[in-house]
Design a protein around this ligand. Structure first.
Ligand SMILES: [Ca+2]
Ligand SMILES: [Ca+2]
Ligand SMILES: [Ca+2]
Length: 454
């Protein structure tokens, strides 16, 4: 038998075993100060989905009576006449969209959602209280602002556009055109819905306090099949392309094999040849078109299939399944600025490679695994398998930092992910955030500048 008021950590543990410790720790912090650690957006979505699938309480009983579990969970003073009991709660009669949304936030560990309304809590049984929460905590965004709603946000509606808010739901995902939700009291039940993001009934969105928010711009360099270079910028917070692709008129003059972006205007590219020539490319401008100096040959022997730079002096290269680490001590390196490669280890039979932070790598395999590696030193690393399947669809995976991952598919689409904690060795908190573009990324080689997003 479940307790009448489920402990948030207990419910959370049932949903996401590996993260339970994090949530308990955060709860302890919340007693004394504003939380510093991030609430997990995927955890919010999981709680909502869990309730959506809970047939014992995902609808009114009797249907149309207003009697529901979620109002009973929060308020003993609401009328119970004709309402059943279930899951240890006396169900009660109300419009319950806000009670459902509050339940989801509270049980996912959203800061301040646990504060009772009689003790200064902002969230109440009124849908408008979810706007009040965002305004009070600085996380409110209007629909008209163009904000791309994020999983776990609360979305509030004004059905009759009268100026007062009528309804609230939980955002599960969104893309450039559509926002997807799970809502309580939608046709007297919990229901998954979708709306055009331009639907005027949507007033706006409140983000949960402490949710992983990313800031920064991803700078992506690429090579087209004809050897021209491209530059594209993506706003990491919204996932929208803000610049480009701008394209050079000049071509590389050699067939590239692997590429790493050192900084905003320096790229390393290896030639697809037995000699393994390594070139440095100085980008002069990427504003309206991309202009670069003729590639400078640095040396040979760089036969790597994959390269990644971690933004903190380390260039990683994989050749024949062997990972080596080079230290680069100049912004525009000559060969003398690149150390001999340290052997990190073998068995790196990866399809893609990127760096997520200093001495942290992320890659995918042909069989679809998503793997992160902590590089400890010479012949020392720790491997974490974040996902077991499905990631083979990407031919390039790139991270500009901040747990933001971009996956490129050969047909030209670019997909966006957020790993709430990219360095916990755990993939349960990796959330798909839709596409940057459904097509048009025709580059045959791609690389992003590291450490520009946090
Ligand atoms: Ca209204
Ligand atoms: Ca109803
Ligand atoms: Ca993680």
């Amino acid at each position: 038998m479940k307790p009448s008021v489920p402990n948030a950590a207990v419910l959370y543990r049932r949903l996401r075993p590996a993260l339970a410790v994090t949530v308990v720790a955060m709860g302890a912090v919340m007693l004394t100060s504003a939380p510093a650690s991030a609430v997990s957006r995927p955890a919010i979505v999981s709680v909502a989905q869990d309730q959506l699938g809970n047939t014992a309480r995902n609808h009114e009983s009797p249907m149309g009576s207003g009697c529901n579990y979620y109002t009973g969970y929060f308020r003993s003073w609401k009328p119970a006449t004709g309402c059943p009991s279930g899951d240890g709660v006396q169900w009660r009669n109300s419009d319950w969209c806000a009670d459902f949304a509050k339940y989801v936030w509270r049980n996912a560990g959203v800061p301040y959602a646990e504060v009772p309304e009689g003790s200064g809590g902002i969230l109440t049984g009124w849908a408008s209280s979810f706007k009040d929460y965002g305004v009070a905590h600085g996380t409110w965004r209007t629909r008209a602002s163009g904000y791309l709603p994020q999983p776990g946000d609360a979305v509030v509606f004004d059905w009759d556009q009268s100026g007062d808010i009528d309804h609230v739901g939980i955002v599960t995902s969104a893309n450039s055109s559509t926002v997807y939700t799970i809502e309580g009291n939608s046709g007297d039940r919990i229901k998954a819905n979708s709306y055009s993001r331009s639907n005027a009934d949507i007033v706006g969105y409140s983000a949960p306090v402490g949710a992983a928010e990313v800031q920064g711009t991803a700078s992506v360099y690429g090579v087209l099949a004809d050897g021209r270079l491209t530059y594209t910028a993506i706003d990491a917070a919204t996932g929208q392309r803000t610049h480009g692709a701008v394209t050079s008129t000049a071509t590389l003059g050699f067939t590239p094999k692997a590429m790493a972006t050192l900084n905003f205007n320096t790229i390393l590219v290896t030639e697809d040849s037995a000699e393994g020539r390594l070139y440095q490319i100085d980008v002069i401008t990427n504003r309206d078109s991309l202009v670069f100096s003729p590639p400078v040959l640095l040396g040979t022997g760089y036969t790597h299939e994959l390269l990644a730079y971690d933004g903190n002096t380390h260039l990683f290269g994989i050749a024949g399944g062997v990972l080596r680490r080079y230290t680069i001590n100049a912004t525009k390196p000559a060969l003398s600025n690149i150390s001999a490669g340290e052997l990190i280890g073998g068995g790196f039979t990866l399809k893609t490679l990127t760096a997520t932070a200093s001495n942290w790598l992320l890659g995918t395999t042909q069989s679809g695994q998503l793997i992160s590696y902590r590089i400890n030193g010479v012949e020392s690393f720790t491997r974490y398998q974040l996902r077991d399947t499905t990631w083979q669809v990407f031919d390039y995976l790139m991270s500009p930092g901040g747990g933001v991952y971009y996956g490129h598919r050969p047909e030209g689409s670019m997909h966006r992910y957020l790993d709430a904690n990219p360095h916990d060795g755990n993939g349960a908190d990796v959330a798909g955030l839709g596409t940057v573009d459904a097509g048009g990324w025709t580059q045959t080689l791609l690389s992003t500048q590291p450490a520009t997003v946090s």
